[in-house]
Design a protein around this ligand. Structure first.
Ligand SMILES: [Ca+2]
Length: 324
């Protein structure tokens, strides 16, 4: 918003204001990556979707950038361990693409930030039998974050035992209610001995989070950690931040959750859910971020599409929540 000084507007300032307003609208409508306008207003305030940046080519050395800046590993913001906004127009941030050829693709709309996002399209036959890269008999498309020595979470990276994970998900209008489990994000790792200790899913028409454990009989058991307080906002970006304290001790490990910027009350009635976030049988080695569309073959749902963007792992809430 350009605010002109005084009550008597002189014509040149009014004309400059009109030009800047029109320029801004055209830039936003153009879907440019990080549309930028340079100006030198006498007095001005910058709206929520614009930020000042240094630009040596601009008048006064500064420009105004519209839209949230995209995170890239080549130029990571402070306190970011790793991020992917697909801004290289490929999956080079990711260690593995475990999908059918059409399962994970780069799109330019919708995007949460920058120019690109990932589209997950999964049909009932997108299984390992038909696509060798899919690691299960259940339909799936997924991207796996850094592995091994480059993994994001302990014990390989013990300094990262207290981490924040941010991601944004777009579920299109017309998406059906899910009849069984339907996973969209996992924090998971070696030796992959069961289901993840932390996963975001869609339960019917709401998001939620599960915690899986191996019980004393060696069987997979799970707890519901969180159910979203509202049905999915279809056709919009929905934003998640998880704070995970990684530990094999259920009195030390915990999770906290923010949904669309609001810290959530979890199923235990508080905002912090203590749990074993590392189970040696499930994920006792290194762990990483996985984003996906993953569902059981026993419940055919046809071909479904969803989108994800701006996945960040960091050491502070603000570092991964920025722009959400
Ligand atoms: Ca992006």
């Amino acid at each position: 918003m350009i605010r002109l000084p005084g009550r008597k507007y002189n014509a040149p300032f009014v004309l400059l204001g009109l030009i800047l307003m029109v320029t801004g609208v055209l830039l936003v409508r153009s879907h440019a990556a990080t549309p930028t306008a340079s100006s030198e207003a006498e007095v001005g305030t910058i709206g929520a979707n614009a930020s000042p940046i240094n630009d040596t080519t601009a008048s006064g050395g500064q420009a105004v950038r519209f839209g949230a800046p995209a995170c890239t590993n080549a130029n990571k913001p402070a306190n970011i361990i790793w991020c992917s906004g697909f801004e290289s127009d490929d999956f080079s941030d990711w260690a593995q693409n475990q999908s059918c050829p059409s399962g994970a693709t780069i799109v330019t709309s919708p995007v949460k930030s920058g120019r690109y996002a990932v589209k997950f399209t999964v049909g009932d036959n997108d299984t390992q039998a038909n696509c060798p890269d899919v690691p299960s008999e259940n339909p799936r498309a997924q991207l796996v974050g850094p592995l091994g020595d480059d993994a994001l979470f302990p014990p390989t990276a013990p300094d990262n035992d207290d981490t924040y994970i941010g991601l944004s998900v777009f579920i299109p209008n017309g998406f059906p209610s899910t009849p069984s489990w339907f996973v969209i994000n996992e924090q998971f790792g070696y030796p992959y001995g069961g289901s993840p200790t932390n996963e975001i899913d869609i339960n019917g028409r709401t998001f939620g989070i599960n915690n899986h454990q191996i019980d004393s009989n060696g069987k997979d058991t799970w707890s519901r950690v969180w159910d979203a307080p509202n049905t999915i906002h279809y056709g919009q970006w929905e934003n998640f931040v998880e704070h995970i304290k990684w530990s094999t001790d259920p009195s030390v490990g915990y999770i906290e959750v923010w949904y669309n910027g609001v810290m959530q009350t979890l199923t235990n009635g508080t905002t912090r859910y203590y749990e074993k976030t590392i189970d040696p049988t499930i994920n006792g080695g290194w762990n990483t971020v996985i984003i996906n569309q993953y569902r059981p073959v026993e419940y055919p749902m046809g071909t479904l599409t969803l989108y994800q963007d701006d996945i960040r792992v960091g050491t502070t809430y603000d570092s991964v929540a920025s722009g959400r």
